[in-house]
Each structure stands twice: as C-alpha cells, then as structure tokens.
Design a protein around this ligand. Structure first.
Ligand code: OAD
Length: 249
C-alpha cells in the first residue's frame, strides 16, 4: 500500500464503487462465491420482473427475510471510514450496488444507490414509494392505497437502472482523480463499467477486496483484505498527510 499513499493523499475528487463485500463484515451475505446468496438461490427465480409476475408471494417472502437481516445489521468500520473520508475530500461520490442502506446509516451523504434500497417499496400501478415501516407483511404481497401491488424498491435483473442516478455515477467516474472499487466482484454492468471508464482516462483505480476479481489484473493496485481493515488505514493516511493536516488544523 505504501507505494500508493502519495497517489491517495494527493487526490481531491474521489469516486468509490462499493458492492456486497463491504457489508459482509456487518453480517450480510454476498451474492457470489462460497456462502453467497446465488449459491443457494437462482436469481431468475427471485430477482427478475418475470419471477415477481409468476410468484409475487415467493419474491416477497425472500425480500422480507433479507429485510429482516438488513434491519438487524449496523455499519462496520469500512462504511464508517468512507463516511469519514467524504468529510476530508473536496469532492467524494459514493456509488453503491448495495440495497442495504448501510452507507447512509454510517453518515455518508453523497450516496448513489444504483440498485435501489431494500428498505423502500414501490407501487407497481401508481409508482408511489413507501418505506418498509409503512406496510405489514402477513404472507400476502402488500397493496398500495391505490389498490396496486407493492414491490421491493430495488432494481431487478433485466430492469433499467434509475437514469438520473446512473448519469451522476458516470459523471463522477469521468471527473474523479482517484477511483476505488471496494468489495465487488465487478461483473455486473453497468456498475462494472465505472472503474473501467476511470482507468481508460488514466485515473488510478485501487481495488479493495479479499479475493482476486476479473478486474484485479487491470487495476492500478489491488489491496487484498477485508474492507473493514483496509479502508480505515487508507483514510488515516489521507487525513494525516502534512498538507491536509495543515488545512484541517
Ligand atoms: P458479489 O457477491 O458478486 O461480490 C462480492 C465481492 O466482495 C467478492 O469479490 C468478494 O471477494 C468480496 N468480499 C467479500 N468480503 C469482503 C470484505 N470483507 N472486504 C472486501 N471485499 C470482500 O457482490 P457485488 O459485486 O456487489 O445485483 O454484486 C453485484 C450485483 O450482483 C449485486 O448488486 C446484485 C448481484 O446479483 C442485483 O441484485 C441486481
């Protein structure tokens, strides 16, 4: 990591892409790999518009179980480090594929939730959004005030990502001078295009991951280990750079 400290501390416009790995230390399972959700379940049975149309009850039951796990989870040292980093940098955009809301819970402010948020619902008829506290799930898919069926407020496979959020994420990847990709297998597009775009611009891209990923070989630097251990070290180095401690003292 020492070789890259200069690059990190001299960056002012930072863009970070996170995936399920950053929440693993909060007890939320990842999708791929050993113990991942897609080893136990088929995404096409649970996370597509077709699956919901065919069996809304099954999809609701699966999402309710995930919501319960998410509502028990608290942000870990990795989430907290990113929230702290945002306060130090001139510009800091946190793009996440996670739907667990833990970055917001940690205090991050400029968060782009590319795949939505599992704590919200959306009406399939009128589009009204509601929170999970506003509904009771008794085994039957809940219904909106307008009579339409509610669905989890997440993006499923085969669906478009929210356009304004996606545009803002691409703008951040086009404008940053440092990009970090944290706890993501970097295989699901369009999110996976963001670090590649930064690399194509010649911007350093640092990967933080416990394992090698399809992106690792192309990354400027791959830091192997848990995000909850590595990110606090990066932020400490950033905060203690001589020019930065002068600014903040
Ligand atoms: P994945 O499950 O594909 O990848 C998680 C990554 O986190 C893996 O590369 C792990 O090696 C790494 N990892 C695990 N624990 C870690 C830790 N403590 N610190 C750092 N890294 C760790 O999850 P995503 O890349 O987020 O989409 O998956 C992308 C999308 O695919 C998800 O948003 C979801 C999924 O299917 C939809 O549901 C639409």
């Amino acid at each position: 990591m020492d070789d890259y400290v200069d690059i990190i501390v001299n960056s002012e416009n930072i863009c970070v892409l996170t995936g399920a790995g950053i929440s693993a230390e909060s007890g939320i399972p990842t999708f791929r790999g050993v113990g991942g959700m897609w080893a136990k379940y088929r995404p096409e049975d649970l996370a597509t518009p077709e699956a919901f149309a065919a069996n809304p009850r099954l999809v609701w039951e699966w999402y309710q179980a995930r919501r319960e796990a998410v509502s028990r989870a608290v942000p870990n040292a990795g989430h907290m480090a990113l929230a702290g980093w945002e306060k130090l940098a001139r510009s800091f955009v946190l793009v996440t594929q996670n739907v667990d809301g833990l970055h917001l819970a940690a205090g991050s402010r400029h968060v782009l939730e590319l795949h939505g948020n599992i704590r919200r619902n959306r009406c399939t008829a009128c589009g009204r959004e509601s929170t999970m506290d506003e509904i009771t799930f008794d085994g039957r898919p809940p219904v909106c005030g307008c009579g339409g069926m509610l669905r989890p407020g997440v993006v499923w496979f085969g669906e478009a990502l929210p356009e304004a959020v996606l545009n803002e994420a691409f703008a951040a990847a086009r404008e940053c001078d440092l990009f970090l990709t944290v706890g993501t297998s970097a295989v699901v597009y369009p999110a996976a295009a963001l670090p590649r775009l930064a690399l194509d611009r010649g911007v350093p891209v640092i990967e933080v991951n416990t394992e090698e990923t399809p992106f690792s070989a192309g990354a400027t630097c791959s830091l192997r280990g848990p995000a909850g251990e590595i990110l606090p070290q990066l932020v400490a180095a950033y905060a203690s750079a001589p020019h930065r401690s002068r600014q903040t003292s």
